[in-house]
Design a protein around this ligand. Structure first.
Ligand SMILES: *Cc1c(COP(=O)(O)O)cnc(C)c1O
Length: 431
């Protein structure tokens, strides 16, 4: 399988090259040259196959010859070695819980797959790779956990001081080993700007072999298809589901659409956004607006210019009318998100996190308007990662998952830094 740059000004590359470089030299996102059709085995026996077998079959054509079969099998089974339950919330809506991985958010799947691929590709490389990543909370934890102990790779995470939740901060700062957390006295946008500048700085690029681990990397994007297959395995209705995905950078939903185009039955996709409504506005007006991100209670989706939306468009041949046949997008306010968390808890006892609540409201609305349809949301994080919002609304203490308790016994280790590229460069040059 070859991958071409969506900017069309760089040569196509293999899976390995796409993972190692992240982005094409022309700054385009890599995209697979063809969408593989699902095998009859996957289509007809889905509910009887093991998660490992599904994962191997789905990923094989994308990875192609760059990983031997036994390595790919090992990597996928380590990637998905936790449950992905489809839980009924009410008669029409279920929740695909993607928070049973080590950092309680769906990003674990992409980060675990990408880190293991990079570890394999790096085996005979004498130069250490340094992953530099900015996080608003979930990415950092998943990347730290995914890369912990991977030979030949170190991770430097920039996170905004005081702006991530306690569980998120502990996930970032307690790994040790090859993971370093820089606590930046600024916002997520500051962290991201510093990382961007670092990638273009000559001194830093001489000293370090820098790579990013954000969702534009095909190694993080493509394995996200897998949980849509696990959901369909558990889907017992005759009609295919409406699938609603809380969306920020649109990597997650884009993977679902990819799986669908390769043959996975889904009736309709809804990209549920918070107040960051670039895509809903684009679909309504057919003009792509320029926006600045606004802060919301579902902060992992505070993205003004979703980088993966161009991939969604490519899956529909850059044709909006084609896209609109099976894809829609809506914006949900914080106010409605809060009301949804409370209402769903009161009515059903199910505790949504703010991201899942955005999706729940969007799906509920769609199902009201389209009678005799059912669907599921992707619950992208455990509510315990957002206690400020959820505990306040529901007046309950969210019980800490058993496996999270050890986090509170560990010591936070971070390096406090000014939100200044120069200061951080000085530190990186001096280590
Ligand atoms: C990252 C994240 C999202 C957004 O996912 P995209 O792939 O960027 O659209 C949604 N919810 C949570 C909890 C996240 O961490």
């Amino acid at each position: 399988m070859r991958y071409y740059s969506l900017n069309k000004k760089s040569p196509s590359v293999s899976f390995k090259e796409a993972v190692v470089s992240g982005q094409a030299p022309d700054r385009g996102l890599y995209f697979p040259e063809k969408i593989p059709a699902l095998s009859t085995n996957l289509k007809e026996n889905l509910s009887n196959l093991s998660k490992e077998d599904i994962s191997f079959e789905v990923m094989k054509p994308f990875v192609d010859k760059d990983l031997p079969d036994n390595e790919l099998r090992r990597i996928v089974s380590e990637t998905i070695n936790f449950p992905f339950p489809l839980v009924t919330i009410n008669e029409n809506i279920s929740s695909l819980e993607l928070f049973h991985g080590p950092t309680y958010a769906f990003k674990d799947v992409g980060a675990r797959f990408m880190s293991r691929c990079l570890g394999y590709f790096n085996q005979n490389n004498h130069r250490k790779t340094t992953i530099l990543v900015a996080t608003s909370g979930d990415t950092g934890g998943a990347v730290a956990n995914g890369f912990l102990g991977v030979e030949g790779v170190e991770v430097i995470i920039l996170y905004p001081s005081g702006k991530v939740s306690p569980v998120q901060e502990l996930q970032l700062t307690t790994c040790g080993q090859n993971i370093t957390a820089l606590e930046v006295k600024g916002t997520f946008d500051d962290c991201q700007a510093i990382v961007k500048e670092a990638f273009t700085d000559n001194d830093l690029n001489d000293k370090y072999q820098l790579t990013s681990a954000n969702s534009i990397n095909v190694g993080r994007w493509l394995p996200q298809q897998l949980y849509y297959f696990f959901a369909l395995q558990q889907w017992k209705e005759k009609e295919p589901p409406i699938v609603c995905v809380p969306s920020g950078n649109f990597g997650n939903i884009c993977a679902g659409v990819l799986a669908h185009i390769s043959g996975l039955p889904v009736k309709h996709f809804i990209a549920a956004c918070n107040a960051n409504d670039t895509v809903p506005e684009y679909l309504a007006t057919e003009k792509y607006p320029e926006k600045k991100s606004v802060a919301t209670i579902s902060n992992a989706m505070d993205v003004a210019n979703p980088s993966n939306f161009i991939r969604v468009m490519e899956l529909f041949h850059q044709q909006l009318p084609e896209l609109k046949k099976s894809f829609s997008s809506v914006s949900i306010s914080d106010n409605i998100t809060r009301k949804t968390i409370t209402r769903v808890f009161d009515e059903t006892g199910y505790m949504l996190d703010p991201h899942g609540a955005v999706a729940y409201h969007a799906l509920d609305n769609y199902l009201q308007k389209n009678k005799n349809t059912k669907g599921f949301i992707l619950e992208t994080a455990h509510p315990v990662k957002f206690p400020d919002v959820v505990e306040d609304l529901l007046q309950v203490k969210i019980p800490l998952p058993e496996e999270a308790k050890h986090l509170f016994e560990k010591e936070k280790k971070s390096i406090l830094m000014e939100a200044s590229f120069e200061k951080i460069k000085e530190w990186m040059m001096g280590r």
